[in-house]
Design a protein around this ligand. Structure first.
Ligand code: FDA
Length: 308
């Protein structure tokens, strides 16, 4: 099954209803998702922290269609923030603006972000706004800039290397010391706005990470290098060594349940590492994007399906 079909299915409500009926889906998805409840997420943070790994927690759910759903997302995030505060844990938080009402009303989304950031800032918790497909890029950057201008220095966002525009965005963010996670990009985008070839995406990623790392060396920003690509990780290690960039000026970020040997190796080599830990019951779009990224994941799912 092609990557394009899986990415199409990740957004199709009918496919979600159909696939989520199989119990096997939840079982296999557990490989990539920490659990459905806050308690399970807390347990995962503790386990990863014991291994020297930091965490960014993401509650699964995207694209709400009314104010009540958006308020519900905020309430769930506030509850999570209170719990991690009580438990004296210090993960970062990741979220999606469409889950906070961006499609309903940008001002509502802005207010929801302010509420979450105010609570998080008192506890030194950083909040990263995940980047969704290209129709949200400019709106996400606008809101991110607005929140920074309002004084929230605990807000971060994501840039996707596959977009042609990202060189300019990176240059501007590096200059302004913004907190950026750099990733390749997980959505199906047209060739008019994104590199269609992996080789070009990888070249752009390396070009952009060097700009962020040079800025970080001078005290501007703290980049998160979000990839499982061993060639990019190797090139990053060589670049920081050659340019005397201290290891506490950046971190590698990987997804929960993916390339666990590589995670262990990065910790042993004393690099900073943060794992993106998704949890919650609305796991279908995230699960489908992970299947699309790796034929091995798809094979794991299909073979478990037939073994059930
Ligand atoms: P690439 O796809 O080239 O893969 C490199 C190697 O890793 C390959 O061997 C591949 O098989 C393996 N690999 C990659 N993904 C795998 C998977 N799911 N399972 C098993 N093996 C896998 N995207 C986005 O659009 N917005 C966002 O906000 C984020 N946020 C984010 C946070 C973090 C911490 C990470 C690691 C990634 C994201 N992404 C994202 C996803 C990102 O854009 C991209 O789709 C994936 O990371 C896959 O790209 P790689 O850089 O890993 O390289």
């Amino acid at each position: 099954m092609s990557q394009a079909i899986l990415l199409y299915l990740s957004r199709a409500k009918w496919a979600e209803i159909f696939v989520m009926r199989w119990r096997i889906t939840r079982r296999v998805a557990r490989r990539f998702i920490a659990g459905e409840t806050v308690d399970e997420a807390i347990e995962t943070i503790r386990k990863l922290n014991r291994e020297g790994i930091s965490v960014t927690l993401d509650i699964q759910g995207e694209s709400v269609t009314n104010k009540i759903e958006a308020s519900h997302t905020v309430a769930v995030y506030m509850n999570l923030l209170k719990r991690i505060d009580e438990e004296k844990l210090y993960p970062w938080i990741s979220l999606k603006l469409t889950a906070l009402g961006l499609d309903i009303n940008p001002e509502l989304c802005h207010k929801n972000m302010q509420k979450i950031l105010q609570f998080a800032s008192k506890r030194d918790i950083y909040v990263t706004i995940d980047m969704e497909d290209h129709t949200y890029t400019q709106r996400t950057i606008n809101l991110f800039n607005k929140l920074r201008a309002e004084g929230f220095d605990n807000v971060r966002t994501v840039i996707q290397s596959y977009l042609y525009r990202s060189d300019e965005d990176i240059a501007s963010f590096a200059k302004n010391a913004a907190g950026i996670r750099l990733c390749k990009g997980a959505y199906r985008e047209p060739a008019s706005i994104a590199y269609p070839k992996k080789q070009d995406v990888d070249t752009a990623f390396l070009r952009q990470i060097k700009i962020l790392l040079n800025a970080a060396k001078e005290g501007r920003g703290y980049p998160g290098i979000a990839t499982h690509d061993e060639n990019i990780i190797k090139a990053t290690k060589a670049f920081v060594a050659d340019h005397d960039i201290p290891r506490d000026r950046f971190e590698f970020q990987l997804l929960y349940g993916i390339r666990t040997k590589l995670q262990k190796q990065l910790i042993e080599e004393e690099y900073k590492l943060r794992i993106y830990v998704p949890f919650g019951s609305h796991l279908f779009p995230y699960f489908m994007r992970r299947l699309a990224e790796s034929p091995a994941n798809l094979w794991f799912f299909v073979s478990n399906f037939f073994k059930r």
